[in-house]
Design a protein around this ligand. Structure first.
Ligand code: FAD
Length: 448
């Protein structure tokens, strides 16, 4: 079958997936080949079954933060934030900062994050004690009223970017280096020979390659199968015991939605853009009718966003209740008939906004009743796997941490060109068997 214009018979580097990781890797590969005088963008082809930003990167809330309990994640995010900052307008990046407000049970973890941010020169402010936090948040917003917050970590870098606009910005950077991005090309199988990937079979023909990059977000389960890698793995826990038969992939539904207000109604006290807000709380949460929503720990994030047309954000993800093999990833995101945000989300999330700010009192009816959210594919420990499999296939499986990780592609490109990257090493696959797992925090989110 003839392929789309430009589908080559062979190319040095094939990148599968035109999301943040595939596009960033392709762009950086092209640049680095050129800088080294060993090639250029014509050596790199990106294949996507649908379009640029057709996966998680195109629907993500777009929050960019450093706030991680795990030192290896923090170092990686600091690197990515510097890439966002390098060209804010191309990447549609808004450096408004990121503020976490948390209860006493999370204080030690927040203190540690702050101390380590100072250690790597990442600018942030820590506020401690209920009265001090209340007054910091009141000074910032004027209408803050969320009780029980005893620690605030305000990151002065980070913020958010507009999901699709930033993907098109990245795509234009890659194309300007001569990378070909071919859409409507679905990879259907991989040809393995002598333990390495020799060619990629697609709905439009076969392409031979020297190196492959797999950056397919929630579809990683399928490419993993094509690599003939096992559906279960062995994981050595903190007790030193090796547990076998752990599912390699697990799907969660990311819950996000939009309050259809004028985004300009959510400003700071000076009328400026507020930081992206993330609130974890153990205060009982009530809805507008005074009914208890939850008396357990809850967490939400939110920001004004003109591209979503309101105040947009989310809360904790939910299990999909099916083994990975049975989850239908397509149609993806808001187009899914099955995996979109359930109605209970609106009640909880709008209650949380009103719990935190007087201005959101009585606005629940403005919540946009539309399909939103989408699936994320998580690894056994909910942290990324960045590693080479089958000798020449680099898998970028970010375990849903990844829109903010715009810099990972730069590191992957260097590694592909023979320079092992220290920042990627803690995310190698053999950590499961070695028991070199990342520390876990007391946050209700699996990605903190
Ligand atoms: C609702 C939601 C909100 C999120 N919010 C944030 C956030 O605020 N901040 C943050 O950092 N992260 C966020 N994330 C996570 C983040 O979006 C993902 O971790 C990241 O976008 C994954 O990027 P990717 O490049 O790996 O994959 P994707 O962006 O999913 O791209 C994969 C691409 O691969 C293509 N593809 C798949 N299979 C094939 C095939 N067989 N052949 C050819 N092409 C194929 C798809 O069409 C798709 O375009 C969110 C995720 C969701 C779902």
């Amino acid at each position: 079958m003839p392929g789309p214009p430009g589908l080559p018979a062979a190319v040095r580097f094939i990148v599968i997936g035109a999301g943040v990781h595939g596009l960033s890797t392709a762009w950086h590969l092209a640049r680095q080949l050129r800088d080294r005088g060993t090639g250029d963008g014509s050596d790199v082809v990106v294949l996507d079954k649908t379009a640029v930003g057709a996966g998680a990167s195109g629907i993500a809330c777009g929050v960019v933060r450093n706030n991680y309990f795990q030192p290896a994640m923090r170092r990686l995010m600091a690197h990515s934030v510097s890439v966002w900052e390098s060209e804010p307008s191309t990447f549609s990046y808004h450096p408004v900062g990121y503020l976490q407000a948390a209860p006493e049970s999370m204080r030690a973890g927040v203190q540690q994050i702050y101390a380590e941010q100072q250690g790597i020169g990442y600018s942030s402010t820590l506020v401690e004690g209920e009265a001090a936090c209340q007054s910091y948040l009141e000074d910032l917003f004027g209408d803050w009223r969320g009780e029980g917050i005893t620690n605030v970590l305000h990151e002065h870098r980070g913020g958010y970017a507009n999901n699709l606009a930033s993907m098109h910005g990245l795509a234009s950077k890659a194309q300007a280096e001569g990378v070909r991005i071919l859409t409507g090309v679905r990879v259907t199988d991989l040809e393995l020979s002598a333990g390495a990937v020799r060619a990629v079979h697609t709905n439009a023909g076969t392409v031979f390659c020297e190196q492959l990059v797999i950056a397919v977000g929630p579809w990683v389960r399928d490419l993993w199968t094509m690599l003939e890698l096992p559906a279960t793995v062995s994981v050595r826990g903190p007790d030193g015991q090796l547990r076998s038969g752990v599912e390699m992939w697990r799907y969660l539904l990311l819950q996000e939605g939009t309050l259809g207000v004028d985004p300009g109604m959510f400003t700071d006290v000076h009328g400026g853009m507020p930081p992206v807000m993330h609130v974890d709380s153990d205060a009982p949460l009530y809805d507008e009718d005074g009914e208890l929503v939850t008396d357990e720990m809850w967490g939400v994030y939110y920001k004004p966003d003109f591209s979503f047309g309101g105040v947009q954000g989310g809360s904790m993800p939910v299990e999909v209740g099916k083994p990975a093999a049975e989850v239908a990833v397509d149609p993806y995101g808001p187009a899914s008939p099955e995996f979109v945000v359930p109605a209970e989300f609106a009640r909880m999330w709008t209650a949380a906004l009103a719990h935190c700010h007087g201005r959101f009192q009585g606005t629940r009816h403005l919540y946009k009743d539309e399909h939103s959210g989408g699936l994320g594919c998580f690894t056994p420990d909910s942290f990324p796997v960045f590693d080479t499999f089958r000798q020449n296939a680099f898998v970028i499986a970010d375990s849903n941490h990844g829109y903010k990780m715009i810099g990972v592609g730069e590191l992957v490109a260097k590694e592909l060109l023979g320079e092992p990257q220290e920042l990627l090493a803690p995310f190698h696959f053999d950590r499961y068997e070695r028991g070199a797992l990342h520390p876990t925090s007391s946050s209700p989110f699996p990605w903190s």
